[in-house]
Design a protein around this ligand. Structure first.
Ligand SMILES: [Zn+2]
Ligand SMILES: [Zn+2]
Length: 308
């Protein structure tokens, strides 16, 4: 769709009642910032998910080339959307393209989800660039297929990422996805997509969040929700210890913020549920109002330097 068509559709959508600004404070006990929200092609559907799930603001994860769409969404709902940009890290022009995205207003790199090693040359130049531009980089780590031959992303996390955290102290890393969250437990060895059962203390993700000031955690997707749902005692302690490093996100693909259309073949228990609502529910019952407010609102504003 071209720019005019996009804006016309958006103008039509703006008349829909779902666009009313919603005060989410009553539902979750805090305003909510969704760090991990993939830009949707139909403009109104972005707001439908926020309003349905009781989310105040969201960070749009986009691919390079989406600037006009981002601007239109921001113009229709002022103050409710920030954005990150991603680009193929194996491409020779990745650096200038991402640099331009930041000039255009992108506040981070992401989602970086590519079939390369976490400590390989392609991502290393992105880590360096993120430090130079002073923007965070959000990475999808995954080692186990959801469906046959799906492939792996930013591989080697548990074995090699500590060396990256050490080598790039000026880079702000935001970890996300299956391998990142499964490794809160010390007994994980890539044997399951979403491991279940009690968490064995001392997993690398838990340790590194404590040891490295430059590592933050994106709690989105089934991976984040699953990790928080395994072991209530662990969860309460984890949220308390890392209360300044955790960032709420949904990565939910349901249409309405109530679970319609959500289907993840690797997580049948989540079918028909909204990931945002599932995770917010666990967070709300697992921690204090003060810590909750940091995790779902304050931390993201601080990290992205957005006035609250
Ligand atoms: Zn992801
Ligand atoms: Zn949802």
């Amino acid at each position: 769709m071209d720019r005019r068509e996009f804006l016309e559709r958006f103008a039509a959508a703006a008349l829909a009642p779902t666009l009313g600004r919603q005060d989410a404070a009553n539902e979750w006990g805090s305003r909510v910032f969704d760090l991990h929200f993939h830009l949707r092609p139909q403009p109104a559907s972005n707001l439908a998910h926020l309003d349905g799930a009781g989310v105040t603001k969201a960070n749009l994860l986009t691919r390079a080339g989406a600037l006009e769409q981002v601007k239109a969404v921001q113009a229709a709902a002022p103050g409710r959307f920030t954005w990150f940009s991603s680009y193929d890290v194996t491409s020779a022009d990745a650096e200038p393209v991402l640099k331009q995205a930041v000039k255009n207003g992108a506040q981070g790199f992401g989602e970086m989800k590519f079939h390369v090693a976490a400590d390989g040359p392609e991502l290393r130049r992105m880590y360096a660039l993120a430090a130079d531009l002073q923007v965070p980089i959000l990475i999808h780590f995954q080692e186990v297929d959801h469906v046959a031959n799906e492939g792996t992303w930013a591989t080697g996390y548990a074995k090699t990422f500590e060396s990256v955290l050490k080598a790039y102290p000026r880079t702000t890393f935001i970890g996300h996805a299956d391998a990142f969250w499964a490794n809160v437990s010390a007994d994980y060895h890539n044997e399951a997509v979403y491991p279940t059962g009690p968490i064995k203390r001392g997993g690398v993700t838990d340790r590194w969040l404590g040891d490295y000031a430059n590592l933050f955690a994106d709690m989105s997707a089934v991976s984040g929700s699953n990790a928080l749902s395994r072991d209530p005692e662990f969860t309460a302690d984890f949220l308390k210890r890392h209360q300044d490093k955790l960032l709420f996100g949904s990565d939910c693909s349901c249409s309405d913020g109530h679970g319609t259309g959500y289907n993840n073949p690797a997580a049948p228990r989540m079918a028909g549920k909204c990931v945002a609502r599932e995770t917010l529910t666990v967070l709300k019952r697992s921690t204090s109002p003060v810590v909750l407010q940091k995790i779902v609102w304050g931390n993201a504003h601080r990290l992205l330097r957005i006035p609250t």
